[in-house]
Design a protein around this ligand. Sequence first.
Ligand code: SF4
Length: 214
Amino acid sequence: MNGNEKNWLLAQRAQRCVERLSKHRFNAVYLATSRDVAERVTPLLDAAATVGFGGSDTVHSLGLHTLAESMGKTVYDHNRPGLSFEETLAFRREQQHCDLFFTSANAISETGEIVNVDGIGNRTNAMSFGPGHVVVVAGYNKIVSDVPAALRRIREVAAPMRAKSLGVDTPCAVTGVCSDCNAPMRICNITAILHRKPMLTDMTVLIVGEELGY
Ligand code: SF4
């Protein structure tokens, strides 16, 4: 498959995903490149005073924390280096009622569901209820056919890679294989499936035509 055909196929898949998410009342948009994300979220940042970030390699790689800070926003990023445990806890709590919350997704199905697994729950909670507006940014690599495929992707790809990147003491961070562990640092304690837009939360879902995150 040459580059053009691959890009065409991925764009078709992403468009199907956007159409189904839109039917499920998410404000879903396809962006061809990650360079388009900042322009898209700037009006949302303009309208927000407080901005929370769920742990997300995708969002971090796009520099949205820096953009929010450069606009003078109060940012709740518990992954900021140098924070004490108490400070990270306080930031996770502030995320629950900030004006604007950014996260990615572990998987988005072509059938229009957003699936995330969390170890603590600040991300899965905040994306369901609390913040005034939630923005989900996801590369095309997060797209799967349906919810069972989403759960499989999380177990086989997203969680082991996330565990490895965080350096947590879990079996998958060593072997790359999920053993449905009971490790104290298990990062898969909560599964949240957004079947439709949560009633009282505005949600923008940006599907980007690039590989982003795990
Ligand atoms: S359940 Fe445990 S082993 Fe499986 S992916 Fe999650 S942290 Fe890793």
